[in-house]
Design a protein around this ligand. Structure first.
Ligand code: LMR
Length: 337
């Protein structure tokens, strides 16, 4: 009697213990979805993060990177993150408006940053931290900002002056500031998911677009855009975000290790961003399919003058105080454009 009780007791223990042991050995899977090619600043940084996360957690966490919109496209990925279908993303800062965090669109303002140093004063300072906090009520935790680069216009006709974009259908990301930017040039903005841009350019749904060179090159847009003008009129960077509930539910040690992995990946991302874009510009030139044009000083001034009014027009959308604190950080004065 006693023995059989012990037997049943042990059997019950074994039945419950086995799944727990098995569970304890299963890594925590973090699906990291993004829309660009793997050999871009974001793609490479995501892979670097996956590697560091594996090393620092000693295999307790496994980051699976899904590049090139293979898992979700622009709009879907944000919804999937909130639903917990995917745990991590790094959308461009121009894509947070639909989530209800329109302040991120300040990064889309024309010529607001002259260089990466000015940008970092914002992304790595108090303003950047306050922006990431705005994501929390949406069920999203912001972990870091990652660089990409300065955007330039491309089309099938030469772009030397603002008037060259008049009446052109231009693909944009889902940002009201970018919409206003295109209107300031008398162009016709069209929001299209990144994964569909190549085809939209190829079939003439749109005439042109704007991109950092790394995106233009790795998506092969040079095949369907005859002209690229180095306007460098705006900036494109990313916020690495994670589902808040998932993040807060992680064992504390794993979360600390992942935070350290993210710190390393951020340093890596920001180190390679310019290098990748410079390298890809040379690669675009080598294809011979896209004419690359460098604006003269007078032409650049004409673009600045045409785009300056976007700052005042978008001030109420972004928030006057926020905008002023960014101007203060960077020393930017829109009236001097
Ligand atoms: C775009 O849609 O043009 C970019 O946001 C793509 C990216 O993630 O760099």
């Amino acid at each position: 009697m006693k023995l059989s009780k012990l037997f049943f007791g042990l059997a019950a223990c074994a039945l419950t213990a086995v799944p727990f042991t098995a569970l304890a050995q299963q890594p925590i899977v973090i699906k990291f979805s993004h829309v660009v090619a793997h050999d871009t600043p974001k793609g490479l940084a995501a892979e670097y993060f996956a590697k560091r996360a594996g090393e620092l957690t000693k295999g307790k966490a496994k980051v699976e990177v899904y590049a090139n919109s293979t898992l979700y496209k622009d709009k879907e990925e944000m919804e999937a993150l909130q639903l917990g279908a995917v745990q991590m993303l790094a959308p461009s800062l121009a894509k947070f408006g639909p989530l209800g965090v329109k302040e991120f669109e300040l990064f889309d303002l024309p010529y607001i940053f002259d260089n990466y140093e000015e940008l970092h004063r914002v992304t790595q300072g108090a303003v950047g931290a306050s922006l990431l906090k705005k994501l929390e009520p949406k069920g999203v935790t912001g972990l870091a900002f990652w660089d990409n680069g300065f955007k330039s216009f491309s089309a099938n006709t030469p772009i030397k002056m603002p008037a060259d974009l008049k009446g052109k259908k231009m693909r944009i990301q889902s940002s009201k500031v970018l919409e206003e930017q295109m209107r300031a040039l008398s162009a016709l903005p069209q929001v299209i998911a990144f994964s569909e841009v190549y085809q939209a350019l190829q079939t003439g749904v749109v005439d042109g677009t704007e991109n950092p060179i790394s995106n233009l090159y790795t998506q092969k847009m040079f095949e369907v855009q005859k002209h690229l003008s180095l306007t460098e009129h705006g900036y494109l960077a990313y916020a690495v975000v994670v589902n808040k509930k998932f993040w807060e539910g992680l064992p504390a040690d794993v979360r600390t290790q992942l935070t350290a992995a993210m710190k390393d990946a951020t340093a890596y991302a920001n180190k390679i961003a310019k290098e990748q874009n410079d390298k890809d510009l040379e690669a675009v030139k080598k294809t011979g399919k896209t004419q690359v044009y460098t604006l003269s000083a007078a032409e650049k001034t004409a673009f600045k003058k045409a785009l300056a009014p976007v700052h005042a027009k978008m001030e109420s959308r972004i928030g006057k105080d926020l905008l002023q604190s960014v101007y203060k950080e960077t020393g930017f004065d829109p009236s001097k454009l």
